[in-house]
Design a protein around this ligand. Structure first.
Ligand code: SAH
Length: 401
């Protein structure tokens, strides 16, 4: 006979349960009547309303602004291996929309968006690359590995717990570590029928930027037989899609990382494209664009996918300046009537900010801009409807007159 599981309790101040009842997954420390200091970082806790009603169950960290992240709103749901298996099953079911003939890589678990705060898991064919961002998820690590193996039949799981944000949680920044099976140096994947080879050990983040899949697909129609400039190309995701779109398409890929540019060249060859018919440059994009503008270079399509310029609210106004500068330079090398694809992956910069920046640049350069398409991260990065603040990627296609 198993005894019922009991968790320690934290009580909310009056009326602070409302957003939780509608499905929000964060509790800030200011909403708690008395912080439960006796619970260590990452410990499980039941949250009660000021009148003593059960509201939700989650994990607590006394060191972070978000004091509690919710795992369940069901008082009967125990946080164990079976709980993790149910959440993973639910995530796996959503990703069945991908046709394995065309796409073998996608985000399998997107943190709050999949009801597992603090956890990201990306699938690269039969290998999983995971990142744990919180002390609460760290405590669940042994159960999690077991649940992932059972629910995904992955041949290998690699943890890439290198993010500096772990320090805020009181966690160590780790070297990559194999949690199960065997993880090769390179993994062959397909994305919308395009071939890539991903380095799960050394690649940026988990190895590949899966949040741009739908935008890469959308780029094809604009790139056909055009001169395309891909700024911040990384391993050439957008470049390969563009180059495959038409026999006389010419693509210039620019990134500051020499190893990323090497990988981009390899990705052209992997897709039957002659890398020598295209340009690959290891350079700072700002320097490159300034020089291209001075030389009067013009492209039909410009892609701007920079790293996050602002990681905190304090860095926001500097970041907006950098986006203004980048988009100004990008438009200046775009021929009249050309297509600009521009993004921000800074969480603190909203879609309104991105569109506002574009309007300012357009006015300054006296060039009319037509907004054609706007995007976020794609179906494998679902957004909890009541947590729009977790949307980090904003991306638009525009026509610049
Ligand atoms: N568009 C890419 C992902 C871009 S990630 C894709 O679809 O895969 C951002 C990239 O910007 C990284 O590869 C990083 O090396 C590069 N980078 C960062 N700062 C840069 C700079 N100042 N100039 C050029 N590249 C830069």
């Amino acid at each position: 006979m198993s005894l019922p599981v009991r968790y320690p309790t934290a009580s909310l101040k009056p009326h602070r349960e409302e957003s939780l009842m509608s499905g929000h997954l964060w509790i800030f420390s200011g909403a708690l009547q008395q912080p439960p200091h006796w619970i260590g970082p990452g410990g499980l806790v039941d949250i009660k309303s000021s009148t003593g009603q059960f509201v939700a169950r989650g994990y607590y960290n006394p060191q972070t602004d978000i004091a509690i992240r919710i795992l369940t709103h069901d008082a009967e749901e125990v946080i164990d291996r079976e709980f993790l298996r149910r959440r993973i099953q639910n995530a796996v079911e959503l990703r069945q929309i991908f046709d394995p003939e065309r796409t073998t890589t996608y985000r399998l678990i997107h943190s709050e968006g999949d009801g597992l705060p603090g956890l990201v898991v990306d699938r690269f064919s039969d290998i999983l690359v995971a990142q744990i961002h919180t002390a609460g998820m760290e405590r669940l690590r042994p159960l999690l590995i077991d649940a992932l193996v059972k629910e995904t039949s992955a041949a290998g799981i690699l943890f890439r717990n290198e993010s500096q944000s772990r320090r805020r949680e009181g966690l160590k920044v780790e070297e990559p570590v194999v949690a199960a099976g065997v993880v090769p140096d390179q993994i062959a994947v397909r994305e919308n029928g395009v071939q890539f080879s991903v380095d799960p050990w050394h690649g940026q983040k988990t190895g590949f930027f899966l949040d741009q899949r739908d935008k890469r697909e959308a780029l094809r129609k604009y790139a056909r037989n055009k001169r395309v400039l891909n700024c911040f190309s990384y391993t050439g995701g957008f470049s390969v899609y563009a180059a495959r779109s038409g026999p006389i398409t010419r693509v210039t890929s620019v990134d500051i990382s020499a190893s990323a540019i090497d990988a981009a060249r390899n990705h052209f060859a992997l897709n039957g494209l002659d890398p020598d018919a295209h340009a690959f440059l290891v350079a700072d994009v700002f320097d490159y664009l300034e020089e291209a503008q001075r030389n009067g270079e013009q492209f039909d399509v410009v892609v701007l996918d920079p790293p996050a310029f602002a990681k905190t609210q304090a860095a926001r106004s500097q970041a907006l300046k950098a986006y203004r500068r980048l988009n100004t330079l990008g438009m200046q090398v775009l021929r009249p009537g050309g297509i600009l694809f521009t993004c921000s992956c800074s969480g603190v910069v909203g879609m309104d900010d991105l569109l506002g920046t574009l309007s300012q640049v357009a006015r300054h350069l006296r060039r009319p801009v037509q907004l054609l398409e706007s995007y976020t991260h794609g179906v494998d990065h679902p957004i909890n409807l009541v947590m729009p603040e977790t949307t980090y990627l904003k991306a638009v296609f525009c026509r610049v007159g």
